[in-house]
Ligand binder design. Structure first.
Ligand SMILES: [Zn+2]
Length: 646
């Protein structure tokens, strides 16, 4: 017999205490004759009489790789339960996770109960029904969550190189193609490396807590196959304050190392401890804990063989102007662990060609963007960092080192500063870095020509509010919005390209792109697109601390149009959007990256292409095909070629 609970009214979704909970209505299921209430993360209409909310981590509708390691946690909120009974496919959790002891806690005095099983695995492929019954003051509250355990088939790829341009939406790609290759009479004069890939799909980007993601959350989905929340990576968010105790899920670097002894590497132009690279190795609720991330990189279970980027301060003690919280000299520790170390392009070039382990930290913070680093070499911007390598150079060096491992490699390469230039609405610097990103893809494509068992994936973690609204030609004294050409007036841009390196001769040209922003703080627009130094759109309002107003420097002509803000006054930059982002792939397994894919499916495409199977002694699946279920959009299998023939 079953009894239904009314669906929550929309207003009841607004309860602040429900952050991180799956928010959907379910029907109640009676398991005893007593009053039973379903509470599947639902702050339901009858909230006064039903204060109990049950949460399971991993969350409902999660796919789990057979044999992968994860922490399982149940949280009962709203009241302290007398008893929490958990069954999985009808079996008591203690028996289902044999050999693992449950830890039972009460984090919120009198108001919660948690049950945690650390480091468990599930071997049998197929659906898993998780039923939780919490007894509070004699009443039983029940909820059911469903997971799908998937076992991979044999994979065809030996190496995987994942390229992520942070914040690269479709408009950024279009602008990159226009500026880098040119367009004549509506046809492009050339295509980007990322354009020339066999498969192209569309990735949805939301985490489980909110519509709009950040880079930690979204890279975590790619790295682990599990959704997470803003600022978190490699973990589900629990109800405690400690950012390092949240339930963990195994990431692709850990799986590649543990099951296949593959080489692994992370390369970024941002701090190498920043959200995107960190999500592939680390586990934390707070992405800002970059010193913690740096020290965690040393742990054998997820220590990458190659780490290159910015952010040396997180690796150094205070005596060396570092910010290591426990005052360690991690650079020395990496050196002691056999890593060749470089702090400049010159030093990188001097590392031995035989090196298989590399630590390159080329800036104390984010590396400089291409435009400042390679075009203007502006000393005011570069400071003492006048000798930084390029992203293509780091990519080539990483591939050289990693490809010496006979078991293959996983490498993630990030253009980390595209995002960091789109936030201050500097599309020229962002596009220049995206051209550099595309050149790095070219390096990988040349490796792939000689090593066709290499899968290359190119994607972004989220988009930005940038849009190309037409072109911009200042004439007859017209500036800013008055000089924007729309429709028939959007004559083609006039960038010239004599250098042959993918970059235009100059970003300054008679007709450039007119770029608009769907959200922004207050700023002045006189059509200027290139500033001598990176410049934010707004400055703090001297009258109201913590709020931002347009910076007149943004419009050097003094004739800028004031653009009223479309985000709260407390924001000083343009923000991420909920837009889908593209994924392009080439090589064995590239067909997995096609159609409409959830962001967690990128992880599944990678493990499927490699055929990673933690249950096999050599980590290679003996199975002919994926078993237990499927990933991707089950409602539209035709959109994914690998679903066409079950
Ligand atoms: Zn961002």
């Amino acid at each position: 017999m079953s009894q239904s609970v009314p669906a929550p009214t929309p207003s009841s979704f607004n309860s602040g205490s429900t952050r991180g909970f799956a928010r959907r209505a379910v029907l109640g299921t009676a398991v005893t004759a007593s009053a039973i209430v379903a509470t599947h993360g639902v702050p339901e209409a009858s909230a006064q009489s039903v204060p109990v909310v049950i949460k399971a981590l991993p969350i409902d509708r999660t796919n789990i790789l057979a044999g992968s390691r994860f922490d399982f946690r149940v949280e009962v909120a709203g009241a302290q339960p007398d008893r929490v009974e958990i069954t999985l496919n009808g079996q008591d959790a203690d028996i289902f996770f044999r050999g693992t002891n449950a830890i039972r806690t009460n984090e919120v005095t009198g108001k919660s109960g948690e049950v945690t099983y650390r480091n468990v695995t599930i071997a049998n492929a197929g659906p898993v029904s998780v039923q939780i019954i919490a007894t509070v003051a004699g009443r039983a509250y029940v909820d059911t969550f469903t997971w799908t355990v998937l076992r991979m088939g044999a994979g065809q790829a030996r190496n995987v190189i994942l390229f992520i341009s942070d914040g690269m939406g479709y408009p950024t790609i279009t602008a990159t193609r226009i500026v880098s290759r040119g367009i004549t009479e509506g046809k492009y004069d050339g295509f980007l490396n990322m354009d020339r890939m066999e498969y192209r799909g569309t990735v949805t980007t939301s985490g489980y807590d909110a519509l709009v993601t950040d880079s930690a959350n979204s890279a975590s989905a790619y790295a682990t196959g599990h959704k997470s929340v803003v600022n978190a990576m490699g973990v589900y968010e629990d109800n405690t304050k400690d950012p390092t105790d949240d339930p963990q899920v195994e990431n692709i670097i850990e799986l590649a190392k543990r099951t296949r002894r593959m080489a692994t590497g992370l390369v970024s132009t941002a701090d190498i401890t920043d959200a995107t690279p960190a999500a592939f190795a680390a586990h934390t609720r707070r992405r800002s804990e970059q010193a913690f991330v740096a020290s965690t990189y040393l742990e054998d279970r997820h220590r990458p063989d190659v780490l290159m980027g910015g952010g040396s301060r997180w690796f150094l003690p205070k005596a060396q102007q570092g910010a290591s919280t426990d005052d360690r000299d991690l650079v020395a520790e990496f050196r002691a662990a056999g890593y060749a170390v470089a702090a400049t392009r010159t030093e990188l070039r001097a590392t031995p060609g035989s090196a298989t382990k590399l630590l390159g930290l080329f800036h104390t913070g984010n590396m400089s963007v291409w435009y400042d680093r390679e075009e203007t070499k502006n000393p005011n911007v570069l400071g003492k960092f006048t000798d930084q390598p390029s992203l293509p150079e780091m990519t080539g060096r990483a591939i050289d080192a990693l490809s010496k491992n006979p078991n293959g490699f996983f490498l993630m390469v990030e253009a980390g500063l595209v995002d960091k230039q789109l936030h201050p609405m500097d599309w020229v610097r962002a596009v220049y870095d995206n051209i550099e990103f595309d050149n790095a893809i070219g390096v990988a494509r040349r490796f792939q020509e000689k090593n066709p068992d290499t899968l290359i994936i190119v994607t972004a973690d989220h988009s930005h509010a940038m849009s190309i609204t037409g072109t911009y030609t200042p004439y007859e004294g017209k500036l800013g919005p008055d000089a924007v050409g729309t429709y028939a007036e959007s004559v083609f841009p006039t960038f010239t390209r004599k250098r042959g390196d993918g970059f235009p001769d100059s970003p300054m040209t008679k007709t450039t792109l007119a770029v608009g922003w769907a959200n922004h703080p207050e700023y002045y627009d006189d059509g200027t697109t290139v500033w001598a130094e990176p410049l934010g759109p707004s400055i703090e309002d001297p009258r109201v601390k913590g709020t931002y107003i347009g910076d007149p420097k943004r419009a050097p002509s003094g004739k800028g149009v004031l653009m009223p803000r479309t985000v709260p006054a407390s924001g000083n930059s343009e923000t991420h959007t909920a837009d889908d982002v593209p994924v392009m792939a080439s090589g064995p397994g590239s067909e997995f990256f096609n159609g409409l894919v959830d962001n967690t499916d990128l992880f599944w495409g990678i493990v499927a292409s490699l055929g990673i199977d933690p249950l096999s002694p050599n980590g290679r699946s003996p199975m002919g095909k994926i078993t237990g279920g499927r990933f991707g959009d089950p409602a539209n299998p035709a959109s994914r070629p690998h679903f066409a023939k079950p």
